[in-house]
Design a protein around this ligand. Structure first.
Ligand code: UT7
Length: 323
């Protein structure tokens, strides 16, 4: 008998305001055509004034609880993957905990930028396998619109706001790759690449800062590292790319998504793509895509799903799970 962290529910929330590429044509030397061609993005959502990351996260959490037919009382732990928490502290996770009316258990944030949801899933899996929690609410929530340099056309057209949530529950399996739940994880980071993608401010420097990115350099690392981490995670699970039903990648750029699928020898028919509608929502992109993929009827119970992501750090990783 093997303990497995199995998906019991999924949900998402997107802010009401939708911003099409054409909005940027008014203030920047850019075009809808360039943004679509170079990134695949057509529109993104921006949070309303006063709407915070924990608001988005709590709304996604409520949707996941509904999907799982659970209440906040059923949850033992909350992990929020975010780089855009409401305040320096307390964590966005404790704010979500309070918003849900949850008075027991524990909550904390994980910060691995765009790879944050893979890191959060790996942490949740470890909590469940070590018996520290039976049900973990894992959320990716971001308001990247708050850290944009609106004069930098190379970054501000790419990002969006949103949140997605997954509930993982301890269930017993047989110990084979046929089990439902998380089958393997692979996490990596290399701090030597910090200058490729970072925010040029923070508490310890008494500034807020905006996002800076050497996009083409990150691009070069992305395809190679994403395919490698996905293959490593599959290998750890005793599986290969041919076993995969769905790749659910971090949604940063359609060309990175296509390049990674090609490198893994998988057709685009096996990839959940939402980048056109959400833009890059950093740690929220994977749970958003999982939720949308399920709602579209793409991801079904028993399907083998591989998620992979890379972002600032650089930090990157993959999670193999059977839905
Ligand atoms: O989520 C975290 C991880 N992040 C990523 O995965 C992002 C990775 N990078 C990318 O997605 C792409 O590198 C970008 C979409 C950011 C850029 O695409 P690219 O094909 O790598 O373009 P580039 O940066 O090499 O720029 C090509 C040209 C430049 O002009 P010159 O120097 O060739 O004259 C840019 O100034 O495109 C120009 N450019 C733009 N033109 C119109 C950059 N941004 C824009 C823009 N509109 N918004």
């Amino acid at each position: 008998m093997t303990l497995r962290a199995v998906v019991a529910g999924v949900g998402h929330y997107l802010p009401e305001r939708v911003v099409p590429n054409s909005e940027f044509e008014k203030t920047l030397d850019t075009s809808d055509e360039w943004i679509r061609a170079r990134s695949g993005i057509e529109r993104r959502h921006f949070a309303a004034e006063g709407e915070t990351t924990s608001d988005l996260g709590a709304a996604a959490a409520r949707a996941a609880l509904r999907d799982a037919d659970m209440t906040a009382d059923d949850i033992d732990a909350i992990i929020v993957a975010t780089s855009t928490a409401d305040l320096t502290f307390p964590s966005a996770a404790t704010m979500v905990q309070a918003a849900l009316g949850m008075e027991r258990g524990f909550a904390f944030d994980v910060q691995a930028v765009c790879a944050g949801f893979a890191f959060a899933l790996a942490n949740a899996n470890a909590l469940i396998l070590s018996g520290q929690a039976e049900r973990v609410l894992v959320i990716g929530a971001e308001t990247f619109s708050r850290i944009m340099d609106w004069t930098d056309r190379g970054t501000c057209v790419l990002f969006g706001d949103g949140a997605g949530a997954l509930i993982l529950e301890a269930r017993t399996g047989t110990g084979t790759a046929q089990d439902r739940g998380i089958l393997a994880t692979d996490l990596n980071s290399d701090g030597r690449y910090r200058d490729l993608l970072y925010v040029d401010g923070g508490v310890s420097t008494q500034t807020t800062g905006v996002l800076r990115m050497q996009g083409n350099q990150v691009f070069r690392h992305a395809v190679e590292k994403l395919a490698k981490t996905a293959e490593t995670a599959l290998e750890k699970a005793g599986l290969t790319a041919s076993d995969v039903d769905w790749i659910v990648p971090h949604q940063a750029n359609i060309r990175i998504i296509q390049g990674t699928a090609k490198k893994m020898g998988l057709p685009m028919e096996k990839v959940v793509v939402t980048v056109q509608d959400h833009g890059n929502t950093s740690a929220a992109s994977i749970p958003l895509a999982l939720s949308v993929g399920k709602a579209r009827g793409q991801i079904k119970t028993g399907d083998l799903v591989v998620t992979e992501a890379i972002g600032g750090g650089l930090a990157w990783g993959a999670v193999v799970l059977r839905w």
